[in-house]
Design a protein around this ligand. Sequence first.
Ligand code: MD3
Ligand code: FE
Length: 239
Amino acid sequence: MKPPARQRGYAEDPSLAATSVPMITADLFRDPSDRPAPIRLGDGATLLPGFARDRATALLAALEEVLRQAPLRRMRTPGGHVMTVATSCCGDRGWTSDADGYRYSALDPASGRPWPPMPEVFAALATAAAAAAGYPAFAADTCLINRYGDGAKLSPHQDRDERDLSHPIVSLSLGLPARFQFGDPHRRERLLRTTLEHGDVVVWGGASRLAYHGVLPLAAGRHPMTGDCRYNLSFRRAG
Ligand code: MD3
Ligand code: FE
């Protein structure tokens, strides 16, 4: 039986018509020739469907090792809430949140020790994906790890804690699919929606770097590689 074609729906913008994306078998970091075509989500924002699919095993093994050293935790926001998403980080610095605000710090506040080093396979993926989206010299110095369980969500926000906003953010989705929403920079209203699936990578740069974006509550499910959750790894240049 042929599996159903993968449909991508873009709710509000007809120029982002639904596209069916074939399975890919190439070595994704080396051979760009038979990957599905990149999809433009906005000015400077590119979806690379399934870009990391063939490296998911190595990426998840490296992730497990990072999380052994810096376990996931649910951080407190300056507004006094506790995030539904559990987070950790690796690299030269890590993103943290507490009653005093959001910031990048060289030490994991949970352990007082430096964050785990960025695994080679993370850095290589981030650089390769950025290059494929037209940012040829991207070198991430941090990776923010988000874990979504049943119902976890991220309300629309901008990412502006990084020092130099001319660097893109590279976002990798693993495990269960998520409904993702994003809009114009400086505008919270009229967000577009798309589904981010296992192995998808999105590169957010240029005019989209300050776009509002968020993740709708995760629908319960099971994924063969991650079980009941979704991971999002976002590679950033923060310093
Ligand atoms: C669009 N995470 O951690 S990553 C975050 O799926 C965050 O966990 C989401 O937003 C997640 O801050 C989405 C994709 C992402 C990251 C940065 C962006 C999208 C972006 C910056 C500008 C516009
Ligand atoms: Fe964000």
